[in-house]
Ligand binder design. Structure first.
Ligand code: ADP
Ligand code: MG
Ligand code: MG
Length: 251
């Protein structure tokens, strides 16, 4: 599904190398977690995959089902099935949540050469998915994320993910200060969308989140590289011993 090879990234503005050779392969149906000390480049990795400005790829590749992501515009990445949920969802005053979702869904369908969803069909689907996620109809009418509580924003993010039916979902939860309820929302959302045709990359430093999500593979990132890969037990090791032992091991 997602194959990252020898990815090197520097800041555009400064001569600062942030990613120094990231290798990562995520197969369809799998859930991978990335953990790692603050400043190791976890968020940068997700920003680069999303196509955010300000970063320069100096070496390496990242493909989604064999297609080079790094050469695509951000919208093309979304259309090809990439979804990124970020720590701080943007507020869009004046744009109703429902309108936003419908525009996003139809833009994606258009980019895939599919027909637009009719207003009636869309309404049916969005209501059904919202209900499953315990999102009330009122929230669908309000402007996107404006005045939403932290929990509502999380819920909305999961709803966006459910509506777009992406193939590769990347969630960066690193510094969001997820409380227990929000953690449950995210993990329930991910678990509900787990599917053999879909993969997840969950970036977190909360081992507790991984108690609920149960990743297939756990990676530890430090200083711009993935330094260790293992099963869920690796997250527990970090929980008990911190990163020091792992860092010492690879030096
Ligand atoms: P993590 O998510 O693992 O905490 P980040 O990807 O946020 O790490 O950051 C990696 C490193 O790159 C840090 O040293 C951070 O300060 C630096 N960095 C990332 N983006 C920028 C930026 N736009 N300007 C300056 N430094 C940045
Ligand atoms: Mg950080
Ligand atoms: Mg981060």
């Amino acid at each position: 599904m997602l194959e990252i090879k020898n990815l090197h990234v520097k800041l555009e503005e400064e001569d600062k190398q942030i990613l120094k050779g990231v290798d990562l392969t995520v197969k369809a149906g799998e859930v991978h977690a990335i953990m790692g000390p603050n400043g190791s480049g976890k968020s940068t990795l997700s920003y680069v995959l999303a196509g955010r400005e300000g970063y320069e790829v100096t070496e390496g590749s990242a493909t989604l089902e064999g297609e080079e992501l790094l050469e695509m515009e951000p919208e093309e990445r979304a259309a090809s099935g990439l979804f990124l949920a970020f720590q701080y969802p943007v507020e869009i005053p004046g744009v109703g949540n429902m309108t936003f979702l419908r525009t996003a869904v139809n833009a994606q369908r258009k980019a895939r050469g599919e027909e637009e969803m009719s207003a009636g069909d869309f309404l049916k689907v969005v209501r059904e998915k919202a209900k499953k996620l315990k999102i009330d109809a009122e929230m669908l009418k309000r402007p996107v994320n404006v005045g939403f509580s932290g929990g509502e924003k999380k819920r909305n993010e999961i709803l966006q993910m459910a509506m777009l039916e992406p193939k590769m979902c990347i969630l960066d939860e690193t510094d969001s200060g997820l409380d227990v309820d929000a953690m449950k929302l995210v993990s329930d959302g991910v678990n509900a969308l787990r599917d053999e045709g879909r993969a997840f990359l969950v970036i977190t430093h909360y081992q507790r989140l991984l108690d609920h999500i149960k990743p297939d593979v756990v990676h530890i990132m430090a200083a711009g590289r993935i330094i260790k890969t293992g099963g869920p037990e690796l997250a527990l090791e970090v929980e008990h011993n911190g990163y020091a032992d792992i860092l010492a091991e690879v030096q």
